[in-house]
Design a protein around this ligand. Sequence first.
Ligand SMILES: [Zn+2]
Length: 242
Amino acid sequence: MRLTDHVTLVASGAAGFDLSDPLDCHAYLVRGSRRSVLVDAGAGRSVHSILRNAGTEPDHLLLTHGHADHAGGAAALAEHLPGLRVLAGAAAVRWIAEGDEEGLSVDKGRAAGVYPDDYAFRPCPRVEPVADGTEIDLGGGVVLRAVATPGHADGHTCYHLRTPAYRALFSGDCVFTGGRISLQNLHDCRVPEYAASLTRLAALDVDALFPGHHEVSLARAGRHLAAARDTVARGLMPRSTT
Ligand SMILES: [Zn+2]
């Protein structure tokens, strides 16, 4: 599903648009003039449809965080794309590399019925840490920059997109339209860090917001980030979803 000149939605599950496996988050293909990258991988049960929807071979997979609906497909994608570089926030790298289901809270998700009993997170040993501020130049003035945004989960990272025509944010599970967030009763969901991340994101220049679930926003998306920031500034946390 083409969203803009440079961004295509290639996976989306039940908390989205039913484009791929129900467990999948939104996964996006971002194209420049020289190369393309994937943002998030889905849960790992729809790799063929993701590659078909992408229609090209991305050379990077940028993970927003380690939760299985976002990173569970990294191992299978790396298998299909031998040159693929897989990047994630440093705090989540070991969990993703080893398939640590407690670190990634897959055990909690399975117990809660979010993941089926037979779901297993496949380790992705190829994953490397991405530092805050790292830029990936896709060519033609299309650049992605990693923005460390812990709070929803350790290692959570958003990716800020610059193109000649607009700016956008791939926000994973940090912030959604309307300024909603995702607070969960998990070991690495941390309120003070979350609040700081929301404040930080609102300073970014964005036209579009591409979150990990639910609606996308194609224009004036700074209002969603400002709504979250304003709630945090009043000493509260925004409404949680997902
Ligand atoms: Zn998550």
